[in-house]
Design a protein around this ligand. Sequence first.
Ligand code: ZN
Length: 173
Amino acid sequence: MALRNILKDGDAALLKKSRDVTDFNARLHKLLDDMRETLIDANGLGLAAPQVGVLRRAALVVDTSVETEDIEEQIIELINPEIIASSGEQEGAEGCLSVPGVYGLVKRPRLVKVRARDRHGREFEAWGEGLTARAFCHEIDHLNGIMFSEYVSRYLTDEEIEEMRRERDEDGA
Ligand code: ZN
């Protein structure tokens, strides 16, 4: 495995629509393995292939509702994902590894159902609630060239970010 460089806001690749994955081969597995390492290293909740410069529909989401000490067990690999159902609404702070240190309030569905393929091409469905639903939406947006900043109603102040970090530390998240 190897760390990949995470593209930063302003890079044209982040605004492009990614193409479907068609080959579930060793090259895809290497990409996913590298993305896992990069995501864990960056301490993020999700990472999409275009963020590492690969315009293919592959993304990772950390499902924080899975109770484990091992983040590897919380990572869901999504290949060619689509949202097939959603309900409710939540507004909360959202950030992006491509826009470090910036958080904004974004409305998302509270509950999201996703259909995707795994790294071997097998189709599966997954529900996400709360933070996980937010991460599903955020990462699938990346595959369509959409940045979360398009939806931000208000950016958090430095004080609010500090407070959010303290709360998350207390949660152990
Ligand atoms: Zn992002």
